[in-house]
Design a protein. Sequence first.
Length: 412
Amino acid sequence: MSAELGFDLRRLAVPAYGPSLLFGAAEGALLPIIPAEATSRGAGVALAAFIAMLFGLGSFVSNIPASGLTDRFGERRALVFAGLVAALGCVLAMLPSLVSLIAGVFVIGMASAVFLLARQKYLTEAVPITHRARALSLLGGVMRIGFFIGPLIGAALIGIFGVPAAWILAIACLLLAGWCATRMEDLPGALDAGGATPARVTPRDVLRTHLPVFATVGLGILLVQAVRGSRQVVIPLWSAHVGLDEQTTSLVYAISAGIDMLVFYPAGRVMDLRGRRAVAVPSMLLMAAALAVMPFTHTAATVLAVSCVLGFGNGIGSGLVMTLGADFSPDVGRAAFLGIWRQQSDTGNTLGPLTLSGVTALVGLAPAVAVNALLGLAAAGVLAYWPARLVREGWGPHGRPQDDTESATRGS
């Protein structure tokens, strides 16, 4: 216990958080230029939008394979591998053809799945539970900072050297991220002294054993990510709907993102000291309330005010998804569990904007925003009830399901 109380997150600044900042900056520098790159190579608007989605699609299809790779080779090697592969994806995307752009963006997305899972697993095991929420909230916040500064630096370099400079910036960040990851220590159990790999379970085994978690808390996480995913679309869509120009819309979005970034560490501290529900429920209620009010805004000032509430609600939930995943992940099969957890998270992140788009096409934008507000209320309800109940039933950080692995764990 004394070691836990004396734990200092600063010792992880370079090896754990450095790669996350750099990886986020690389993706942030690339995301704004992908559609323009696609259209300059002959893609239509629809195809350009699809190519921009390939970041997320590549990650989505790679979550489960990423868990196997991380489990087999360890977190440090997985992070270094992800940085190198993503850099190679950038080189591929820079080749002067539309096919190479498509392939390169997809490869970067696949590498990001490995990176995101490995960094979460590493911090889950490297940080004591007394500091877990702070560590993972800080991780989410550092990635947000990377997404914020990446486009700024990229835009400045593009203005001086042209579009290829953004790709070069991303490659440099990714290679530097891989180098930072080499300074991480391998965690006990990654490989034993003889080089043999520890016992593992398959994702299917983990899914079957932990189905009560995935079907309850996992559903709540899916809803959380659906609300978060729709938030990124709602602000620019509603701004355009009420007639705000592009500059004003960009300013509103930037201010909302800035508020989001300011509150991630206090949120993690509250989760560590007061419990996960103390942040999860207010976060979702605030976002639901802001989405419910958004259809009643008609001026730049009112849209900005509601967008700031959305940013604050999202910011105080920074690290929530990763923290709950870490809490309920088992000691044996953790990588596979986190891979499935990320699969649920990514599903919600995709379904949120799709729901917004579909309902808008059927009945209009205002009702679509209201539907996403209802999803926020549902997420708050699920997370208010199920995590605490599952912990009482023996799941989570203070227990394990009543199976053969529990007796072995407690007997050790």
